[in-house]
Design a protein around this ligand. Structure first.
Ligand code: CU
Length: 343
């Protein structure tokens, strides 16, 4: 089925409220769940996994230096709904199918709160593996304001769990950044970009058979897929959404949450982006640029000025990167060549 682009409005992930905010500690609880999510109004609801039953998960917003504790709870089913590649390290038949551990990407933390791949835990159904289903992680947030992201990191199935929807944003702020008067509130828009592919019944597609044409005879255990790029670009959990904007400046905080797809983004209006930040926070000074390349896991912080645009103008955010980057297939202008539109 060919999905019509730009029919669904861009959703904005809600900001998660802590259960407790004290002087010395802020405490959050986040539950990983299976649920059904509609990626496009032409698609039926799709089985996904997400934090707090949302895709992307709720955004966690903290102040620089605010000591934050998060209880990450695994409430997922016993079986994975995506095909597990048993040839990958850490993903053998002796392992519980559903393993999770949360990594806050870009955060400076103690090792026991890092969420390294072998620190996984199960939902406690399994007979093997550690007998617990939750962990408290501590985030000191002693770093510059920046947009980080949290995502699953379990050994051998990280790519499946992230593709299933275990993704969310984490924003560190401070007074100094607020004093810069950057577009904020409804004028600060997070964009979580992920590529997906759908089966005809609306379920998520992920390769389950070896896509190497002639597996070497002496190496029969070849991995199912070295990498996977979906043909449908979703932003904040919607396929090709649109955003209505006013004639003013907006701040866009972009995460590439795709498995292997890079994006080379530009605006079809020929406008420039004003890049103000990247993974680690604000740049020393703003940079004007015609296009932005963003690799998986990278973030970029952009200002786009719509004040010179006429009312009713449609502007499309285009992607021109080849996949695999930057020698594979050219993007199809009707599918992975566009990500969202504003007008
Ligand atoms: Cu990461």
């Amino acid at each position: 089925m060919r999905l019509r682009p730009f029919v669904d409005p861009l959703p904005i992930p809600r900001v998660l409220q802590p259960l407790e905010r004290r002087k010395d500690k802020t405490y959050y609880e986040v539950r990983m769940k299976e649920f059904f999510h509609q990626f496009h109004s032409q698609l039926p609801p799709t089985r996904v996994w997400g934090y707090e039953g949302q895709l992307p998960g709720p955004t966690i917003e903290v102040e620089e230096g605010e000591c934050t504790h998060v209880l990450w709870m695994n409430d997922l089913p016993e079986k994975h709904f995506l095909p597990i590649d048993r040839t990958l390290h850490g993903s053998g038949h002796n392992m519980p199918e559903v393993r999770t551990v949360v990594h806050l990407h870009g955060a400076s933390v103690e090792p026991e709160s890092d969420g390294y791949p072998d620190a996984w835990y199960t939902n406690n159904f399994g007979k093997c593996g550690p007998r617990f289903s939750q962990k408290i992680y501590k985030y000191p947030n002693k770093q510059r304001p920046a947009m980080l992201w949290y995502h699953d990191h379990a050994v051998g199935i990280t790519r499946l769990n992230v593709y299933a929807g275990l993704v969310g944003l984490y924003i560190i702020r401070n007074e100094e950044e607020r004093s810069l008067n950057l577009p904020s509130g409804v004028y600060e828009i997070p964009l979580v970009i992920q590529d997906k592919s759908f089966n005809d019944d609306g379920s998520l597609f992920y390769p389950s058979t070896v896509d190497v044409q002639d597996p070497p005879p002496d190496f029969p255990d070849v991995s199912i897929t070295p990498g996977f790029a979906g043909n449908t670009i979703t932003v904040n959990g919607k396929a090709w959404p649109y955003l209505e904007v006013e004639q003013r400046k907006y701040r866009f905080r972009i995460l590439n949450g795709s498995n292997e797809r890079f994006y080379r983004m530009k605006l079809d209006s020929g406008q420039q982006f004003i890049q103000i930040g990247s993974d680690g926070g604000l740049l020393q000074r703003p940079v004007r640029t015609d296009e932005i390349v963003i690799a998986p896991s990278e973030r970029c912080d952009l200002v786009i000025d719509f004040s010179d645009q006429d009312v009713g103008t449609n502007i499309t955010l285009l992607n021109t990167a080849r996949t695999p980057f930057d020698f594979g297939n050219e993007p199809d202008p009707f599918t992975d060549g566009e990500s969202c539109s504003s007008g």
